[in-house]
Design a protein around this ligand. Sequence first.
Ligand code: HEC
Length: 293
Amino acid sequence: MRQALIAATAFALALATQPVVAQNKPAPAATAKKAAKPAAAAPVEEKDAATVEFEKFRTMMEESNPAELFEAQGEDFWKSIRGPKQVSLATSCDLGLGVGIVKGAYVQMPRYFADAGKVMDAERRIVWCMIEKQGFKEADIMKQPFASGSYTPEPTSLVTYVAANSKDMKFAVPLKDPRVKEVYEIGREVTNHRAGPYDFSCNTCHGADGKRIRMQNLPNIATPKGATTAVMGWPGYRMTGGVMLTQQWRMGDCFRQQRFPQPKYVSDTITSLLTYMTANANGATYKGPGIKR
Ligand code: HEC
């Protein structure tokens, strides 16, 4: 059984990735045989060049970042009187720093919200406000929580607006709050939890330095440096598909990569992961909504 699982995992990875989960460091086997080394190292070199090219392209794109369109849309949603209760978020929603205060709120979430009795990340808090304060129906928001084609959900634009208002500010998740710390510890456990048909955990792909799949560098989310990479540039405009996506989407999609059932949109599980990763990035300066491949 165990053998079969390992074989299945290797096969799935071989299919999904080229090379599988390659290390920048050559494997011991490759160093032992000198002749094998250049062949093993070559694809990594190639990918590094591709990464460099992409970085250049991203810098160019970020000068006129499409995320700004969603930011403007989100600002409009934030300030307008909307929903069955005919109230604006600007006059009813507290993102942790007082009702209506947006500046600096994003980098200080996830945090504990007494009115909800929960630790919440930015997107979850916005959705909570839309439901509780504006009277939107949860079921309607849950129907299609992520962008696809030309459709962008309102919470996506809202979180882009809120995030943009923390640009150039330092991540400061209030870990001193024991309720936040508890959720952080749960997040750490979730990243270690191996299960599913391939026995993957987040750390199978994100638990060591220098891993990559196809063109993507996989950040080691347990370290401050990797966690910073992991939370930077979100929400992000994804060039693949040309849509604006949020961390809630990213987390759901990684559960899919893990062959796990996807957690519910704005669930405790996702908040715990975002608490873990964002707090690991505490002290790093957030560069605002970005661009992703
Ligand atoms: C099978 C491997 C795999 C597993 C398991 C996996 N991921 Fe990922 N993850 C990826 C890949 C591949 C990407 C990059 C995808 C892309 O950019 O298109 C990624 C991207 C990410 C990013 C965004 C990084 C960035 O630079 O923006 C975060 C954060 C992340 N994963 C967290 C997690 C968490 C948390 C888990 C566990 C719930 C997890 N991943 C499980 C493969 C995996």
